[in-house]
Design a binder for this molecule. Structure first.
Ligand SMILES: [Zn+2]
Length: 406
């Protein structure tokens, strides 16, 4: 396949006005300015569009898509947990699948071609994977904090499952949910999965912070009441258990980190771990300002994720990284549009362990690309990308169009 477009935005190099991309076998063969194209016959001219890599959403919970608007912003994070646990109790298999697939379709409509998703129902996953063209890293969620919970048994099952049930377009990872819903032994055992991507919510709320640093608060009380062993709440950061267990490393994706401090940032930086910030979720909970400058100064690989629609204020919201970018620059006007686009493309691809495959338009990478309308004005292409609203005009994954505006 051979495509021509008014603007090509490769992410890894400056934008090309009037460019071409040649594809072969689901990969990018060649990319460059139209004027330098050796054989110009049989090109399909896509016209007045920006052609760019498909977006990479580093953190999501597809199964909560139908919870959009279901939980009005709560006064505390613990309240929110109670509300979501109640909502989940009424979800049967069909509702789980419908919500998951609706979310996957929203991702595609908004130009996401690769997704890091937290999965709670691995029994339903093989069937769900078949119903979406998305490239996926599916993080299997583990919540295990009761003293009698059998860590070895749980992880042995997961290991066998990962080996046997993962198709080529999908990579299975693990997500020990959060420090407060896991125990040290589990985190240590997870660290044994060296080649598996890991994602974990850490330092998300003030209550989690208070639980670990002060051994008190509403989250501490709630979990102590249901029988969690609270001996790990030793006055240290919520990241302490993760670090002690040896889980930090270049396959570790830290989600949120709203209440981590400078020494935590140093640990993450030294481990070459990755950090996902979810701007609309952050805004929904009204967290303290995100420590953007500190994270960037520590040279941590920062990306943006959508999180789920259960933590977005707009009751008509969809899973949309363009909306996340706009919320992000609204709170951090010092961030350039280029840096912002990096966080939903190449940075996120790196976080998910897919930097050799996706996130930029370069020869050898997978042909995962999208087009957006080009407004015809001169000016910064990245700024136009961040300003894009609504659905994208076309989506290609693995060299095949999966959505197209005729
Ligand atoms: Zn999450």
């Amino acid at each position: 396949m051979f495509l021509r477009a008014r603007q090509i935005f490769p992410v890894s190099s400056p934008s090309i006005e009037d460019g071409f991309v040649r594809l072969e076998g689901g990969r990018i063969l060649e990319i460059g300015p139209w004027g330098e194209c050796s054989n110009q016959s049989e090109a399909e001219d896509l016209g007045e569009v920006i052609l760019m890599p498909g977006l990479v959403n580093a953190h999501c919970h597809l199964n909560y898509t139908d919870f959009v608007g279901a939980i009005p912003p709560t006064s505390s994070f613990t309240e929110w947990i109670r509300a979501i646990v109640d909502l989940k109790a009424d979800v049967d298999d069909a509702a789980h699948q419908a919500s998951w697939l609706r979310g996957a379709q929203q991702c595609l409509n908004h130009g996401i071609t690769t997704l890091g998703n937290i999965e709670t129902r691995r029994d339903l996953l093989p069937d769900l994977w078949l119903q979406t063209p998305l490239r996926m890293v599916s993080f299997l969620e583990i919540i295990l904090f009761h003293p009698e919970g059998d860590v070895e048994q749980e992880l042995k099952e997961l290991q066998t499952w990962i080996r046997e049930d993962t198709p080529p377009r999908v990579c299975a990872g693990l997500s020990p949910h959060a420090p407060y819903t896991t125990k040290c032994g589990l985190l240590g055992a997870c660290a044994g999965f060296r080649d598996v991507p890991m994602a974990m919510h850490v330092g998300e709320s003030t209550e989690e912070n208070q639980m670990f640093r002060e051994g008190s608060g509403t989250m501490f009380d709630m979990l102590a009441r249901v029988g969690r062993n609270m001996d790990d709440c030793t006055g240290q950061s919520p990241l302490a258990n993760v670090q002690r267990a040896g889980l930090l490393g270049e396959r570790f994706v830290l989600v949120h980190g709203n209440y981590l401090d400078e020494s935590d940032q140093q640990l993450i930086s030294r481990a070459d771990a990755h950090w996902v910030h979810c701007p609309r979720s952050h805004d929904y909970f009204g967290h303290q300002a995100f420590a953007l400058d500190a994270v960037r100064n520590s040279e941590i690989n920062l990306c943006l994720g959508t999180d789920s629609l259960a933590t977005v204020r707009d009751t008509n919201a969809e899973l949309d990284l363009f909306e996340e970018m706009r919320m992000f620059v609204q709170h951090h006007p010092q961030v350039t549009a280029d840096a912002c686009v990096d966080m939903v493309t190449q940075n996120a691809a790196r976080a998910l362990g897919l930097k050799e495959q996706v996130g930029t338009l370069e020869s050898g990478k997978m042909a995962d690309l999208i087009t957006l309308p080009w407004n015809g004005k001169r000016g910064d292409v990245a700024e136009q990308i961040v300003a894009h609203q609504g659905e994208v005009t076309s989506v290609m994954i693995n060299g095949e169009w999966v959505a197209r505006d005729e």
